[in-house]
Structures are given as structure tokens and as C-alpha cells.
Design a protein around this ligand. Structure first.
Ligand code: COA
Ligand code: MG
Length: 291
């Protein structure tokens, strides 16, 4: 993965709800995900594809810097080809694949995108892929999935579907999905992908959302899925370092550079030992700040 676009909050909306897409486009969120999968009823899939295409091509909608993503259906449901055939005409920035369980399905999807890019005279490889890991097989096959394709830029974790798949009961503490949540972020890091945490489904509990987002950040996640506009602010806030954190990171890196220049690898700074892991953490703070 070469691109390092900030993806802190990624807001989902049903692809058949133009009003919500328009609203989502105007919020200044990092990414929006127009859903064709579970957020859309079976008898509304065809209409949803066309609504998404309409939204992507509308001259009236200004997305600003917001990334436009489309979530397609699983390949085995037999709807994915049509999802792409219709929506790619709107040139989305990327696709989100649900319930990914193998590298092969990503590679096949990527090949479909390649054919369309060639056909449409688009830059080859421009369209990104993000994979939601939300089944037991997806977790077990993370190692191959994370290396599947150059288009793959992020792994997303889906706790609700995973719990359903393994027969776990969801709790607020999340112990039942902790191994999986951790596995996703570790595989993302190992293969230079972004890691996006599961959505928080209790819309009325913004403190709970903040706490879960803080936990995601602590674990190494770089962003979190959102399902309602009011979740965007708290998520972005948690993932955005404060001015003081940015300043501290910058000073630490300066001190490190100065010591390196004098041939010193490890040094004491404000009473603590500093070596490479802390420098990398400081660099991550700057990256999260978009610098
Ligand atoms: N994206 C964009 N706008 C949204 C939104 C979303 N995900 N969720 C709500 N809104 C809008 C509403 O349209 C409404 O706009 P208005 O004030 O201009 O009329 C405003 O935000 C307030 O919405 P509210 O009444 O609080 O929510 P709701 O009852 O209309 O919708 C949900 C609740 C859960 C159905 C809705 O938030 C939603 O569709 N979320 C995304 C679901 C989804 O995509 N799931 C699949 C992935 S997990
Ligand atoms: Mg799901």
C-alpha cells in the first residue's frame, strides 16, 4: 500500500437512501460508504445500485474531499457483478467487500475492476479495495487476505457478523471478539494496510462510542466505521492528536535526530528512555495529524 489517505471516520448509509447519501456527502467526513449489502433489502438491490450511480454522477452533490466508497454484495450471492457493472460508471474511489474469507475473492474482484478500468479508459489500479473481516473463516485466513492484492488498502473489522458466525454473545466489554479484533489490526500492520474498527451500534450512547474508539486507537486501529452522522465527530476527535501531542511528537523526533547525528541510538528524554519504538509511535502521531 503506497497511499496514506486519512480514514478516521467512514460513514455508512443505505445505498437506496439518496437523502442520506446527500447528507453524508456534506458532512466533511473522511469517507462515506454507500451500502448495497445488508443495509439494503433484497427486493431493493437493483434500485439501490441506480441510486448510488445517480449519487456518484450527480452534479448537484459536492463531496468535497470525502472519499466515495461502495459496499458490494458477497460474490457467492450472485449480485456482485451487477453491483460493479452499474456503480463503476460513477467512478467511485473504492469498493468495500463484506465477509471476505479468501485472497482469491479479492483477486477476482480486482480483476473485474481492471477490466472495467481498461474499458472506461481509467487509470489502472486507481480504484481501491477494503475488506471487511467478519466471519470465522475470514479471521483464520487473514494472512493470505492481507496480501491478496495491490488495490487492498484497509482491513475492516465487523464484530456483529463475527459474533453471529461463531455463536458468541455480544457484550459491551467485547471479550468475545477481542482475539479477532486484535488479529485484524496485527495483520493490517504486518502488510502495511490501514485497520478500521467495527461500528458502534448503540446510537444513543456517545460516551460508549468514545470509549470504544479510544480502545481501538490504543490497539493500533487508524479509523472506525460510523453508522450515524452524530458518531462522526466523536470518532474523528479520538483519532486526531491534540496540538500538544503533535508538538511533543515533533520535539521527540528532533531530539532523536540530534542524538543520531552524534552517533547515539538510545537516550533519556524528560526522564524516560527513548529508542526506536517510541520514535515510530511519534511518527504515527504525526501521520494521524496528517503531517
Ligand atoms: N448517513 C447519512 N445520514 C444519516 C445517516 C447515515 N448513516 N443516518 C441518519 N442520517 C440522517 C437522517 O436522514 C436525518 O437527516 P435529516 O435530519 O436531514 O432528516 C438525520 O441524519 C437524523 O437521523 P435520525 O432520525 O437520528 O436517524 P434515522 O432514524 O433516520 O436512521 C438509521 C437511523 C440507523 C436507520 C440510520 O442511521 C442509518 O441508516 N444508518 C446506516 C445503516 C447502514 O448503512 N447499515 C449498514 C452498515 S452496518
Ligand atoms: Mg456485516
Amino acid at each position: 500500500m503506497s497511499e496514506r489517505r486519512l480514514r478516521r471516520a467512514l460513514l455508512f448509509m443505505p445505498g437506496d437512501d439518496l437523502k442520506k447519501i446527500i447528507k453524508g456527502a456534506g458532512l466533511g467526513v473522511d469517507s462515506i460508504i454507500m451500502d448495497l449489502e445488508d443495509g439494503v433489502a433484497l427486493n431493493n438491490k437493483a434500485a439501490a445500485r441506480h441510486t448510488v450511480l445517480q449519487a456518484l454522477t450527480s452534479k448537484e452533490i459536492d463531496y468535497g474531499a470525502t472519499e466515495r466508497l461502495v459496499r458490494v454484495n458477497q460474490p457467492r450471492k450472485g449480485m456482485q457483478a451487477e453491483d460493479v457493472a452499474v456503480t463503476i460508471q460513477g467512478r467511485p474511489d473504492g469498493y468495500v467487500m463484506p465477509k471476505v474469507e479468501s485472497a482469491r475473492e479479492i483477486q477476482q474482484f480486482s480483476h473485474t475492476l481492471l477490466e472495467r478500468e481498461l474499458l472506461m479508459g481509467m487509470e489502472v489500479g486507481a480504484i481501491k479495495i477494503m475488506a471487511i473481516i467478519e466471519t470465522a473463516k475470514g479471521i483464520v485466513n487473514l494472512r493470505e487476505i492481507a496480501q491478496a492484492d495491490k488495490r487492498l488498502v484497509a482491513l475492516m473489522f465487523g464484530a456483529e457478523d463475527l459474533a453471529g458466525d461463531i455463536g458468541a454473545t455480544r457484550t459491551r466489554e467485547g471479550k468475545e471478539v477481542y482475539y479477532a479484533r486484535s488479529a485484524v489490526v496485527i495483520h493490517a500492520a504486518a502488510f502495511d494496510l490501514q485497520a478500521i474498527d467495527t461500528p458502534f451500534v448503540d446510537l444513543s450512547d456517545l460516551d460508549g462510542l468514545r470509549a470504544e474508539t479510544a480502545e481501538a486507537l490504543q490497539m493500533g486501529y487508524t479509523g472506525k466505521l460510523a453508522i450515524h452522522p452524530k458518531q462522526v465527530g466523536p470518532i474523528v476527535e479520538v483519532f486526531t492528536p491534540t496540538e500538544a501531542e503533535v508538538e511533543a511528537a515533533r520535539r521527540l523526533i528532533e531530539a532523536h535526530d540530534a542524538h543520531q547525528a552524534q552517533g547515539t541510538g538510545v537516550f533519556a528524554y524528560e526522564g524516560r528512555m527513548v529508542d526506536m519504538p517510541m520514535i515510530r509511535a511519534a511518527e504515527r502521531v504525526l501521520a494521524r495529524a496528517g503531517r
